[in-house]
Design a protein around this ligand. Structure first.
Ligand code: SF4
Length: 441
């Protein structure tokens, strides 16, 4: 049984970020509408993550105080929030341009009527997480790693969330008994070397509660790596305070993956949060989701990934948006992601290029997708296309050189393989992809 919890756990306030500190950091924009929306809020409150959490915008009426919404829009959004609730932190709200209905930050946070209009498309649990749970809250899909879901509470409800099905629960965290059952499973399964702590968002737990779990995991000899999946650095960066960072630094190696989806989310506040983690020995990676109208262009992805490298966050994955009910309006054709990667690879540092992946339905796991650079492959050679579209032959070394007379030899001399005849399709022939090739032997 999970216990009900309507608010984040009590924590000492985070250390306030001074204006000087923020200015020195490489984030691109600050929380631009803070002075417009929250001019009466003292910095002490603004920089206190508990204040941010308590003051989340959770109703359509509240939202309409900040973002122009007609009566008809409000009526429609109430229909949406009856099924898929609304939650936006004041900090994240301050990043939204209220005058732009197509604002990429708004699309991630503000409900859309399409969520219910297209609700018949997709699945509630496309990744089959429920079926792969070995004990409540523990998903064991790959042999050497498990996913530990400690809570379903999040500071913000991202409209594209894979776990939208959980939003109606009212909020729960795993009980000490449930956590002990999860830990027991990990203790007994020595093949598990990598733990991913996720949610919901696990940083909604107090630092003390998190430490109880992390310290016990560290006490299990075969657990090598602990990873935390959280969107706090993006939607409520004030949570990454000194106390949390000091605790995490005691239990390394801990890796943290977050989810920046647009360059405008890289602010002095979010940059400072990532910087604090890095200085505490916690590497930060980014797992973004490809979203229609948010980051589905080459320019948007380049801006995002270049901005991430400037704050020393590694672009790790770019996820195809999962087939989740209520997210169809944000999903893009798979080709969009492949074209974006094609536009990045070779045109910018490989460090800036994330791996584009589809998380397969029913727990099939992640499959990387990329443009096709191998146009031809034989035992002897490959024909490869580079980022400029130029073709190159590449000799394929043999697995092993065998004794004379067996492989590749005729009359005592090595036989030079006949070069394959390349026939490139042309656009004139009605085939649009000029990169495809066939071999006629
Ligand atoms: S923080 Fe993650 S789990 Fe929470 S709503 Fe956003 S995407 Fe979903």
């Amino acid at each position: 049984m999970a216990s009900s919890l309507a608010t984040a756990e009590e924590e000492p306030p985070g250390k306030a970020l001074t204006a000087g500190e923020a200015e020195e950091l490489p984030g691109k924009t600050s929380s631009c509408n803070r002075s417009r929306f929250f001019s009466d809020i003292l910095a002490e409150s603004w920089n206190d993550w508990r204040w941010q959490f308590r003051n989340r915008i959770t109703t359509v009426e509240d939202l309409a105080r900040f973002i122009p919404l007609s009566a008809k829009e409000q009526t429609r959004l109430k229909l949406v929030t009856a099924k898929y609730p609304l939650s936006i932190t004041p900090y994240y709200l301050s990043l939204i341009n209220p005058d732009d209905p197509d604002d990429p930050i708004r699309k991630q946070a503000v409900p859309s009527f399409q969520e219910v209009a297209l609700a018949g498309i997709g699945m509630e649990d496309p990744l089959g997480e429920e079926k792969d749970s070995v004990v409540p809250g523990l998903v064991h899909r790959y042999p050497d790693r498990v996913l530990m879901v400690l809570t379903d509470i999040c500071p913000m409800f991202c409209r594209h969330c894979t776990r939208k099905r959980e939003w109606q629960s009212g909020g729960w965290v795993r009980t000490p008994g449930e956590i002990e059952t999860m830990l027991d499973y990990v203790r007994k399964n020595k093949s598990i070397r990598d733990i991913i702590i996720s949610g919901g968002d696990p940083l909604t737990l107090s630092t003390r509660r998190l430490e109880e779990v992390i310290s016990k995991l560290r006490g299990i000899p075969h657990v090598e790596i602990i990873r935390i999946g959280t969107r706090f650095p993006v939607v409520l960066p004030q949570r990454i305070d000194d106390e949390l960072c000091a605790m995490l630094s005691n239990y390394g190696p801990i890796w943290l993956n977050t989810q920046f989806n647009h360059a405008r989310e890289i602010t002095p506040e979010s940059a400072a949060a990532c910087d604090r983690l890095l200085r505490s020995g916690v590497p930060v990676g980014n797992q973004s989701v490809l979203l229609r109208g948010v980051n589905d262009t080459l320019e948007a992805q380049l801006n995002l990934c270049h901005g991430l490298l400037k704050i020393k966050v590694r672009p790790y994955y770019l996820f195809q948006c999962d087939e989740v009910q209520g997210t169809e309006h944000l999903r893009t054709p798979v080709e969009v992601g492949i074209k974006i990667i094609e536009g990045m690879r070779g045109h910018t540092s490989g460090l800036a290029v994330p791996t584009f992946v589809i998380d397969l339905p029913q727990g099939g796991g992640k499959v990387p997708l990329q443009p096709n650079y191998v146009l031809l492959k034989t035992e002897e050679e490959l024909v490869l296309r580079n980022y400029q579209g130029r073709l190159f032959r590449y000799r394929n070394p043999r697995l092993s050189w065998q004794s004379p007379g067996r492989v590749g030899q005729r009359n005592g001399r090595m036989r030079r393989p006949a070069p394959p005849q390349l026939v490139l399709f042309s656009e004139e022939a009605g085939v649009r992809d000029e990169d495809r090739a066939v071999v006629r032997s």
